[in-house]
Design a protein around this ligand. Structure first.
Ligand code: ATP
Ligand code: LTN
Length: 341
C-alpha cells in the first residue's frame, strides 16, 4: 500500500477486547473473537483482556486472575496470532486509567445515563451501582482512542458505547484539533447478537445466573449438546427464519448459531431443515457447535498449561501497548494544558 509520495501508508488500526468476567461464551466467540481472526492480516490489531472493566461488577480476585489468563489462551486458541497482534492486559497499561480521567471531564452525565448497559447492569446489581459502572463507557472510549483505532469489532450490544466514544472524540477534537482518530464500530452481519438459550429475547451473557442460558467455550461437549437440546423454542414446530418475530426468537437464534458454525446463512439453514422436527434440528445444531469448538479446545488445553509462554506474550504486549498509548496520552496532556516535561 503506497501513497503518492511513495511513502508506505500506515495500516488501519483495530482495537477490541473482552472482559474476563467469567468463562467466555459462544456469544463472545461468534459476536467478537471469531471476527478478529479475519482482521489480523489486513489491520494493525491490538486486543486486550479488559480486567479494569470487569471490576465494575464484584469479582473474586483469584477467579479474575484465572479468567484473565484463560481469556488470553482462548484468544490464541481461536486463531489470534500473537506474532501479528498486540495482546495485553488492560491494567498493565496505566495510560487507560489516565486518559479515562481526562475524558471523564469531556463526558456528560446525561449521555452516560442513557446507556442501556448501565441501566441493565444497575437493575441486575442493585446493591452495587458504583461510579465505575456509570463511567464504564468513558474507560472504553479511552481504550479505543489511545490506539487511534479506525475500527472496533464488537457485538451489537456494544454499538451504543462506540457511538458515545465517537461523540467524546469529536467533542475533544473540536476544541483541541485533530487529536483522536474517530473510530467505526464493526459488527458481523450474522451472529452479532446471540441470544440466551433459556430466554431467547435476551442476549446470551457469560454472567447469567442460569448456566443453561449460555454455552461456555469450556463446557464439556456433552453439556453443550444437552443445553442446546433443552433450548427454549416455541410450540409451532416449524423451522422458519423470522428475525422480526419475537415468538420465533428461540428458533431464529439456533438458526443463526448453525449458520455461523457451518458458514451458511440462517435462511439457507431453515431451508435445509424444512419440514423436520425440532429434535432433529437441535441435534444437528449441537453437532455443529461441538465440531466448531473441538479444535479450539484442543489448542486451548495445550496453551493454558504453558504459563511462561502466556507471560511472555502479555509482557511484551504491555510494552508495545504502552509505547503506542503514551504517544496519544502525551498529546492529550499537552493539549489540555498539563506541564509535560
Ligand atoms: P457480561 O455478561 O460480563 O456483561 P458479556 O458476555 O456480555 O459479559 P463482554 O465481555 O461484555 O461479554 O463482551 C465481549 C464481546 O463479546 C463484545 O464485543 C460483545 O459485544 C460481544 N458479545 C457479548 N455477548 C454477545 C452475544 N450474546 N452475541 C454476540 N456478541 C456478544
Ligand atoms: N465493553 C466491552 C469490552 C470492552 C471493549 C473495549 C470492547 C472494553 N473496552 C474497547 C472494544 C473496545 C464489552 O464487551 N462489554
Amino acid at each position: 500500500m503506497e501513497n503518492q509520495n511513495n511513502a508506505p501508508e500506515r495500516k488501519k488500526r483495530v482495537f477490541s477486547g473482552v472482559q474476563p468476567s467469567g468463562t467466555i461464551t459462544l456469544g463472545n466467540y461468534i459476536g467478537a473473537i471469531k471476527n478478529w481472526v479475519a482482521l489480523q492480516d489486513q489491520y494493525d490489531c491490538t486486543f486486550a483482556m479488559m480486567d479494569m472493566h470487569s471490576i465494575t461488577v464484584r469479582q473474586t480476585p483469584a477467579e479474575l486472575r484465572k479468567h484473565t489468563l484463560e481469556l488470553l489462551a482462548l484468544y490464541i486458541a481461536c486463531g489470534i496470532d500473537p506474532e501479528k497482534c498486540t495482546l495485553f492486559i488492560q491494567s498493565h497499561n496505566s495510560a487507560h486509567a489516565e486518559l479515562a480521567w481526562v475524558l471523564n471531564c469531556f463526558t456528560y452525565m446525561g449521555e452516560l445515563q442513557r446507556m442501556t448497559q448501565f441501566k441493565d447492569k444497575s437493575a441486575k446489581h442493585a446493591d452495587n451501582i458504583n461510579a465505575g459502572l456509570f463511567t464504564y463507557p468513558v474507560l472504553m472510549a479511552a481504550d479505543i482512542l489511545l490506539y487511534q483505532a479506525d475500527c472496533v469489532p464488537v457485538g451489537k450490544d456494544q454499538m451504543q458505547h462506540i457511538e458515545i466514544c465517537r461523540d467524546i472524540a469529536q467533542r475533544f477534537n473540536a476544541i483541541y484539533g485533530n487529536v483522536f482518530t474517530i473510530p467505526e464500530g464493526l459488527m458481523v452481519k450474522s451472529g452479532a447478537k446471540i441470544m440466551s438459550l433459556q430466554e431467547p429475547t435476551k442476549k446470551m451473557s457469560k454472567s447469567d445466573a442460569n448456566p443453561k442460558a449460555f454455552i461456555s467455550m469450556m463446557d464439556d461437549f456433552s453439556v453443550i449438546a444437552k443445553k442446546i437440546k433443552s433450548a427454549v423454542t416455541d410450540s409451532e414446530a416449524v423451522i422458519e427464519y423470522r428475525p422480526d418475530d419475537d415468538a420465533k426468537a428461540g428458533v431464529n437464534n439456533l438458526l443463526s448459531i448453525m449458520a455461523v458454525m457451518t458458514g451458511s446463512t440462517p435462511e439457507q439453514v431453515a431451508k435445509d431443515f424444512e419440514g423436520q422436527g425440532y429434535g432433529t434440528f437441535k441435534a444437528a445444531v449441537a453437532d455443529a457447535v461441538v465440531e466448531g469448538i473441538r479444535p479450539i479446545r484442543a489448542e486451548y488445553d495445550r496453551i493454558i498449561k504453558d504459563k511462561a509462554y502466556l507471560q511472555d506474550i502479555y509482557r511484551s504486549g504491555a510494552e508495545s501497548a504502552h509505547r503506542m498509548a503514551s504517544r496519544t496520552l502525551k498529546k492529550v496532556y499537552k493539549k489540555v494544558g498539563f506541564v509535560i516535561d
